[in-house]
Design a binder for this molecule. Structure first.
Ligand SMILES: [Ca+2]
Ligand SMILES: [Ca+2]
Ligand SMILES: [Ca+2]
Length: 302
């Protein structure tokens, strides 16, 4: 079998589920990288013809992301090495696993936490619920982990029953600081250079705290091991789009940060700054490479 015939057959019978219909002239892009290998194919497309049927070529060859061949609109295809590698991932041993992004506000984590009346006032508190999330301060491009339990009854009117929660947080990069300990330092405190413990008892208010100065971007893996003793019946992680991801209360929460993007995503696109996806190694990505807006042109600061 000739080289060009073999190449053609691999395109024709590659097992793909996607068919591309386009006019001649697009075909060069479909064969990107193989022009030198297949002069006959290009010549057949580019040669002028008086036949109406030849002026519009319908190409119905299938292509498949994941077959290690760059075809059609694919930017890359590394076969089994295609991988999604966004900046943050959360998971639990019992099953939940999803990519996530921090909440972003233009205020310090202390101002966002807004501690008063023995409680946080972030707007994400809920009766009987413990919540965790990553928080990015757009003024300083710094990252924090926030945990809160329950709600302030004075300001919300909701009654938080008597509750007791313990959390043991490990794997914290060693330059962290406890930015907020709600209510007091004896309730949320360092137990080593990489571990923090929370021991909270509360009623009619919330409890929790914030761990600040996490490397951003960074490569780390923080594990939050909770013990819900009483008064809390739900645990969740809050996404940047304010969706709530339910967590199993008897399981630990694993929060991972990545600083090295993959070379090719699972959908055969190349991770890059400005594509609107928060890839590993990026602090932000607002879909452009311009300064002076929500994210700097290099995606490394807000
Ligand atoms: Ca492919
Ligand atoms: Ca990106
Ligand atoms: Ca921008």
């Amino acid at each position: 079998m000739s080289r060009s015939t073999k190449a053609t057959r691999s395109l024709l019978f590659g097992g793909g589920a996607v068919f591309v219909l386009f006019a001649c002239g697009s075909r060069t892009s479909l064969l990107q990288g193989s022009r030198e290998d297949e002069p006959e194919l290009d010549a057949a497309v580019d040669a002028p013809s008086d036949s109406p049927a030849d002026r519009f070529v319908i190409d119905a060859r299938p292509f498949t992301c994941g077959n290690s061949v760059v075809e059609g609109t694919e930017e890359c295809d590394l076969g089994p090495d295609n991988v999604d590698k966004p900046a943050f991932r959360i998971s639990q041993p019992s099953g939940v696993a999803t990519f996530t992004r921090p909440l972003v506000r233009r205020k310090s984590v202390e101002d966002f936490y807004d501690f008063s009346s023995a409680s946080s006032h972030t707007g994400f508190e809920a009766v009987g619920e413990s919540r965790a999330y990553l928080y990015a301060d757009a003024l300083s491009s710094t990252l924090s982990l926030i945990v809160t339990h329950g709600i302030d009854s004075d300001s919300s009117g909701f009654f938080q029953p008597h509750a007791q929660v313990n959390m043991d947080i490990s794997g914290i990069p060693s330059l962290f600081r406890i930015a907020v300990a709600d209510d007091r330092a004896s309730e949320f405190f360092e137990t080593s250079k990489t571990t923090v413990a929370g021991r909270w008892v509360f009623e009619w208010n919330s409890d929790g705290g914030a761990i600040a100065d996490l490397p951003f971007p960074g490569a780390w893996k923080i594990i939050v091991k909770p013990t819900f003793i009483e008064g809390i019946t739900r645990w969740s992680f809050v996404n940047t789009d304010l969706t709530r991801i339910g967590l199993r209360m008897t399981d630990s929460l694993v929060i991972e940060s990545f600083d090295q993007p993959g070379k090719c995503r699972a959908n055969c696109t190349v991770p890059r700054c400005g594509d609107g996806i928060l890839d590993a190694g990026e602090v932000c990505d607002d879909g452009n490479v311009q300064d002076g807006d929500e994210c700097a042109s290099d995606c490394l600061s807000f």
